[in-house]
Design a protein around this ligand. Structure first.
Ligand code: ARG
Ligand code: ZN
Length: 243
């Protein structure tokens, strides 16, 4: 009634080792993190600088609930970003009706890659969804500094049409008006304020945005513009209206 969309999630787990066979509890933990981050109830939201408190998303009115978990043992030790995990014919698990369910795959290892996502333009296709490497999924037992479940928050941001905050170019455009332009991605745990904007004025970039590349502990907000952009994908005329 308040316009909240509760997205149904299918988690597909491909494991070689038992550590990669992520537990039900850890999956529940990750879903809870998504709900906190998209609801703006994450405890570290208190760290949002005053400069950005007027443009924070707060509650994006997007939520997630687990529908089912599909598990499959594999002998594969390393996966790439070629979508092999999304097809049974290439050793993966076929998506469950991607028009109606958000499919999330967990694989043991993708080299240095934490995760990747499809944008809404490809909605409904067999490869639609998000992939996360097991060490960066959930919180308990995850690998620092990516152990607060924010790889999923970032990738689901892409799945809901959000771009990297630096627009994938020096002073690029992220198609959102309330995030300052920045010269590139930020890493690690920057200290506020961080002056690598492109505006010429002394103001900080929003490195604490989930769509930057900082450590999990250093990212804790979406902007109001990102909220509008993500929500529009879920309206009756949006690319993900079937969710
Ligand atoms: N697509 C990015 C990567 O694979 C994910 C970055 C997520 N960042 C994070 N702090 N969890 O590198
Ligand atoms: Zn990204």
């Amino acid at each position: 009634a308040d316009g909240t969309v509760d997205i149904p999630v299918v988690v597909n787990v491909l494991y070689k080792t038992s550590a990669e066979n992520i537990s039900d509890a850890r999956i529940a933990e990750q879903i809870a993190i998504l709900n906190a981050d998209f609801g703006g109830t994450n405890t570290d939201a208190s760290k949002i600088p005053t400069e950005f408190s007027g443009v924070k998303a707060g509650d994006t009115k997007v939520r997630f609930h687990l529908v089912k978990t599909v598990r499959k043992a594999t002998t594969k030790t390393k996966w790439g970003t070629n979508d092999a995990m999304k097809k049974s014919s290439t050793g993966g698990i076929d998506a469950t009706t991607p028009n109606s369910y958000f499919n999330l795959w967990i694989v043991g290892n993708m080299g240095g890659i934490l995760g990747y996502a499809t944008f809404p333009e490809s909605s409904g296709l067999w490869n639609d969804g998000v992939v996360i490497a097991a060490p960066y999924f959930g919180k308990t037992g995850a690998t620092a500094p990516y152990n607060l479940g924010r790889t999923a928050t970032h990738e689901v941001g892409h799945y809901l049409n959000l771009r990297h905050i630096w627009g994938d170019a020096s002073c690029g455009n992220d198609l959102v008006a309330d995030t300052p332009t920045q010269t590139g991605a930020n890493y690690g745990k920057p200290t506020y304020p961080l002056y690598n904007t492109c505006s010429g004025t002394s103001r900080s970039v929003m490195f604490m945005n989930y769509m930057d590349y900082v450590d999990d502990a250093a990212m804790f907000m979406f902007s109001a513009g990102q909220k509008v952009r993500a929500q529009s994908v879920l309206t009756s005329t949006g690319a993900r209206s079937g969710l």
